[in-house]
Design a protein around this ligand. Sequence first.
Ligand code: PGA
Length: 261
Amino acid sequence: MARKLFIAGNWKMNLSVETATALAAELAARVSADSSVDIALCPPFVYIAAVRRALDGSVIATGAQDVYHESQGAFTGQISPGMLLDIGCEYVIIGHSERRHTITPPEDDCIINRKLLAALGSGLKVILCVGETLDQRQQDQTESVLDKQLTDGLANLASPSAATLVIAYEPVWAIGTGQTATTAQAQEAHAFIRSRLAELLNPDVASAVRIQYGGSVKPDNALDLLSQPDVDGALVGGASLKAADFLAIIDAGRTITSSAQ
Ligand code: PGA
């Protein structure tokens, strides 16, 4: 089955309302309407509405970087799936490695699973991030770590609700470090993830789910990474903050898509 490549920019805690809307407007102006790849921008919560307006009329979707699992109530500081939908958000990143490892208190697979079920249940499309640390890779635990993150993160998910699911494989040691997984390492991890999805969900869902690679994706490595058979897109951090770099990564996706047709 042909999976449409999906390039998403994770802006993390960067930009201002002015620079965020300017970047979105520049991308909207330069991405053609018949985009053969899916594209999304994930700004900080407070800029999503302004970015959405700057993207009006373009094919670029918006996403959030996190969400809370409750729908409303006394949860000071939290944002619900319904609120994200309300401001035109289509996607949400859940379980990003910085939320699992850097921000305190860290999120575990149980919290991530609650968020994922709530988000998918409300109609948001989820990008679930998984990935091993350097230590875990060196100790040959990559597959067992991915296995646990998928098994626990996707617990109680009925296959039909998984139709819009996206997985982002982001080796923690490659995020923001300039150190990218080799194409072979990426393909191997992606193939493993797809095989586990077939067991946890079902083979049809597994072959339809898009698996993005994330971790220092740049214009000069995007083509090689996106050419791998199980790499269906990229979750881009640093390089998504520069219009020229993000556009070059989108172009790499388009090149692959057109050469496959
Ligand atoms: P990076 O971040 O591209 O800056 O490595 C990727 C991510 O964290 O999603």
